[in-house]
Design a protein around this ligand. Structure first.
Ligand code: AMP
Ligand code: GLY
Length: 426
């Protein structure tokens, strides 16, 4: 069948790379894609938010499955548009995608269904938020309730920092409309894990666990980013812990979404904090995580198209996924300055050399092709993923790849996966 994948990040390159291996695919189109996805299928010059054009293209090319990577088109209801036109589409409806796009909605679903998460309050007015934060004497987490590319969260050890963050979001409008309302949340302590599952409205199929590295700096310092690296599996997520996460978080979320009249289909991604009191939800995402998807899909042996079709058709109970026993580690190479301002257009060399090792995959994120050369074109530029028998081996592979790739002002964290290596027995 013909498949259309929408998106242009590292996540979409990893998805396209995996789709290209499927026996179900006749033709793979990626809109708009990037120079990495161009090696897996045909890039189409249509942006992720050009909904009518995407739909018309899919009709014209007789697309049998449309896969939407990023959150913006999902929350705008692109899946509903495809389905209305009779085209099978992988992802949640616009209404269900509010689980990520509106943190107030998400908290409400959690509250109604007794899903463990941090205590929080919502404010739509800075003065009220300020008085509340000032009345507290412990750390606070301030979150814009709308979509902010993973940068809308400020973890503040002092209430005074929380007030500054709330002011930037609500008065400085740094995230525009996404920051009209904020959540003021208790700070949770523990290790984080990303739990991604296929959900077909009723059945849940959990993937191997992963861990992201949100902060820009080594040792989890500095501001949050879209994610600077990830590994899979996450050893902190023991089998027992995974069972608890499924029982206490995923099952009640899927049930709760049904009861709410917004049934959930697609990828359900729970960002959880493993606290001493048990797992707590930090956020839900309604799509594959980036960069987590890179190490997760590097390990998936089963056909991705088959499981996506089963998800769309409500037949996940027929599916069993096979995984590579090895671990995978992804190190993100970013433009110096990210997540603040950075320069683009830097020529990148060494990608082929890095990929000459069969256990290293280089996924493109913010790259472009210019005069036959690959240049940087975004904050997160590349994700270098290594496979190895242990997490330490996979880390070594990923960093060997990173060492071969050069571009001016390239920045990457040096400690991706260290937390796991210290704890891991594999
Ligand atoms: P979110 O987008 O809500 O997952 O938040 C981004 C990151 O901020 C998370 O991955 C955590 O590192 C951190 N974070 C969010 N909420 C909390 C919380 N309640 N306590 C501690 N850290 C948090
Ligand atoms: N890596 C976090 C996210 O995809 O939102």
């Amino acid at each position: 069948m013909n498949v259309l994948l929408v998106g242009n990040g590292g996540r979409e390159h990893a998805i396209a790379w995996k789709l290209a291996k499927s026996k179900e695919i006749k033709k793979l189109y990626i809109a708009p894609g990037n120079p990495g996805t161009a090696r897996c299928g045909q890039n189409i010059d249509i942006g992720v938010n050009e909904y009518d054009k995407l739909l018309n293209f899919a009709k014209e090319m007789k697309v049998g499955l449309a896969i939407i990577g990023p959150e913006d088109p999902l929350s705008a209801g692109l899946i509903d548009m495809f389905e209305k036109a009779g085209i099978k589409a992988f992802g949640p409806s616009g209404a269900a995608a509010q689980l990520e796009a509106d943190k107030a909605f998400s908290k409400q679903i959690m509250k109604t269904n007794s899903i463990p998460t941090a205590e929080s309050r919502i404010f739509d007015n800075f003065q009220d938020a300020k008085s509340y934060i000032a009345s507290r004497d412990e750390a606070v987490v301030i979150k814009a309730t709308g979509l902010a590319k993973g940068k809308g969260v400020f973890v503040c050890d002092e209430p005074s920092e929380g007030i500054i963050a709330a002011e930037k979001i609500m008065e400085g409008k740094i995230f525009g409309k996404a920051g009209e309302k904020i959540l003021v949340e208790d700070k949770l302590l523990g290790q984080e894990a990303s739990i991604l599952a296929f959900v077909d409205g009723r059945n849940i199929y959990v993937m191997e666990s992963a861990q992201d590295h949100k902060a820009i700096g080594d040792g989890d310092t500095g501001p949050n980013t879209g994610g600077m690296g990830a590994y899979c599996p996450a050893p902190v997520v023991t089998e027992k812990m995974m069972d608890q996460i499924v029982r206490e978080i995923l099952v009640p979320t899927v049930d709760g979404m049904n009861r709410n009249g917004t049934p959930y289909r697609g990828i359900l991604y729970a960002g959880v904090m493993l606290t001493q009191g048990g797992p707590r939800v930090l956020e839900f995402n309604v799509r594959f995580g980036d960069p987590e998807t890179q190490p997760i899909l590097a390990r998936l042996k089963s056909d991705l198209v088959e499981v996506m079709l089963a998800t769309c058709d409500g037949k996940l109970d027929d599916v069993t996924l096979q995984w590579d026993k090895r671990a995978a580690v992804c190190v993100v190479m970013a433009s110096g300055g990210y997540p603040d301002d950075y320069e683009k257009g830097k020529v990148i060399t060494g990608i082929e050399e890095a990929e000459s090792d069969k256990d290293v995959m280089v996924f493109h994120a913010g790259t472009a092709e210019q005069d036959g050369k690959i240049v940087s074109a975004g904050g997160r530029v590349l994700g270098v993923t290594g496979l190895g028998n242990t997490i330490a081996d996979a880390k070594a592979k990923a960093y060997e790849g990173v060492a071969k790739i050069k571009f001016d002002k390239a920045y990457y964290r040096k400690d991706i996966a260290d937390k796991a290596i210290k704890k891991s027995k594999i």
